[in-house]
Design a protein around this ligand. Structure first.
Ligand SMILES: NC(=O)c1ccc[n+]([C@@H]2O[C@H](COP(=O)([O-])OP(=O)(O)OC[C@H]3O[C@@H](n4cnc5c(N)ncnc54)[C@H](OP(=O)(O)O)[C@@H]3O)[C@@H](O)[C@H]2O)c1
Length: 433
């Protein structure tokens, strides 16, 4: 039952994780330099900007925020802000960068692909010309769009390339362009899914497993620079729940309430991100740290080292404690399923979520569903309807009614592709059943 085994000579090594409590320090970590130069790949993303703010606040750092999209030139910012809504994603980023400067940071925005060596060499040249020698790197680049939601069966070459670009090819490039630089540290933001298994995000998880292994290798062979892979905790429930719920309640009072709830949860995630980062930097130099509140070994036993039947039983009982068998108090009123497709889907929701009745407009995530239960649901529906049903459909169509529509569309598409004889055979088989 050991997951990772290595044979070295006549020794058999198994991978194990040790629980370490990292207490919060009264002072900022010593490894942070006042006015230090820090390169953040994925620096205009959620975690990148959160940590940039921390650098700005604590040490008035010189920050290089690197990503493929970048921002409009600085002289155009005011014009951009006056001609776009405050919730425009670029406006939000411009405001955040302006805030970093108000906090005392100097900021250089660089448009580059971390996997592209020429662009990265140029990015480093620009950084050193403007700020001097780099002191630390945070690698936070990732592709976190909805396309990442794929089980191992659904993953294809394109999806792998999308995930491997920032995390695999990006790391090889960083290794090359950072060679010979005297860095205080190089922190790689990985995901806890690499340890606990990201069932719903297979290629992303594989890429993060690579990040972890890469950090171990770098610590064995590199010239004294600490490369640490930090398996970051999840933000998944907020993401999946909010996106799918928001799509069903657009333009209503409910949308405002959900939006507020999301903002609160994002703020908590950001505070925790800073807290975790401080503790990591205050600690001794290790190649990998998994960020988890409780005993990770128990979680590995629960999520990874278990038989398929147990997975289902536990997911169901977990869902039952959520919903306690009764339909939770949802914003949507109960509408019973009508068509056969709706009834079959609703039955699967009931079984897996442990809810006694499910209405056609009830949202899977609002009923207590998560990606683990979702993966099982999609697998059951694939068997029920004998179709290829991508996992992401559950996030795009999280209610029974929406899923029924999506499934009917697939079934009709398949019917249309049948030859006359195949169609007749199908009718015969169906009438026999
Ligand atoms: N958010 C979470 O819940 C969570 C949980 C666990 C781990 N993590 C990890 O934390 C890190 C940061 O996540 P996040 O939430 O901040 O994600 P995010 O908001 O999507 O930011 C990621 C950034 O990476 C940039 N990027 C993607 N591919 C790139 C490339 N090839 N070269 C340069 N930049 C690239 C993107 O900008 P462009 O598109 O402009 O390039 C994007 O701004 C990731 O490594 C992720 O795996 C996140």
């Amino acid at each position: 039952s050991d997951l990772v085994i290595a044979y070295r000579g006549n020794q058999r090594w198994v991978q194990a994780f040790e629980a370490v409590r990292l207490d919060k320090l009264a002072e900022p970590p010593k490894r942070l330099r006042r006015n230090g130069v820090y390169l953040i790949t994925g620096g205009l993303g959620g975690i990148g900007l959160t940590l940039a703010e921390y650098f700005a606040q604590t040490v008035q750092a010189k920050l290089v925020l690197l990503g493929r999209s970048g921002l409009p030139p600085k002289q155009k910012w005011e014009e951009w802000l006056s001609t776009h809504d405050a919730d425009n994603p670029i406006s939000i980023r411009i405001k955040k960068v302006q805030n970093l400067e108000e906090l005392g940071a100097e900021v250089l925005i660089i448009k580059a692909d971390v996997a592209n060596e020429t662009q990265m060499q140029e990015a480093l040249r620009q950084t050193e010309e403007q700020f001097g020698q780099i002191n630390g790197v945070l690698h936070a680049a990732a592709s976190l769009g909805e396309e990442m939601l794929r089980t191992i069966q659904e993953v294809d070459y394109t999806e792998c390339e999308l995930q491997f670009k920032p995390k695999v090819y990006g790391l090889y490039t960083l290794e090359k362009v950072l060679q010979g630089k005297e860095l205080d540290y190089c922190l790689l933001i990985s995901s806890v899914g690499a340890v606990l298994g990201g069932v719903a995000v297979a290629a992303y998880t594989a890429a993060n497993i690579f990040v972890d292994a890469f950090a171990h290798k770098q610590n064995q062979f590199s010239n004294g620079v600490n490369w640490c892979s930090a398996n970051w905790f999840h933000f998944e429930n907020v993401n999946s729940l909010s996106k799918s719920l928001l799509s069903t309640v657009q333009g209503s009072q409910e949308q405002i309430e959900i939006q507020k709830q999301i903002e609160i949860e994002v703020e908590v995630f950001q505070q925790e991100t800073v807290d975790v980062f401080e503790r990591i930097l205050s600690n001794s130099l290790v190649p990998q740290m998994i960020i988890w509140r409780s005993d990770i070994t128990a979680e590995i036993d629960k999520w990874i080292k278990r038989k398929p039947q147990q997975v289902e039983k536990e997911a169901r009982s977990q869902a039952q404690t959520y919903s306690a068998y009764t339909r939770p108090n949802l914003k949507t009123s109960y509408v019973a399923p009508e068509s056969e497709v709706e009834c079959r889907i609703a039955k699967r929701y009931q079984e897996l979520l442990g809810t006694e009745k499910v209405g056609v407009h009830d949202n899977f995530f609002a009923l207590g569903g998560n990606s683990l239960i979702g993966t099982q649901l999609i697998s059951k529906l694939r068997q029920d309807f004998q179709i290829e049903l991508p996992l992401r459909f559950l996030f795009e169509a999280p209610t029974v009614a929406e899923l029924a529509l999506a499934i009917e569309k697939i079934l009709i598409g398949e019917l249309e592709e049948l030859t006359e004889e195949e169609a007749q055979e199908l009718v015969l088989n169906t009438s026999r059943q």
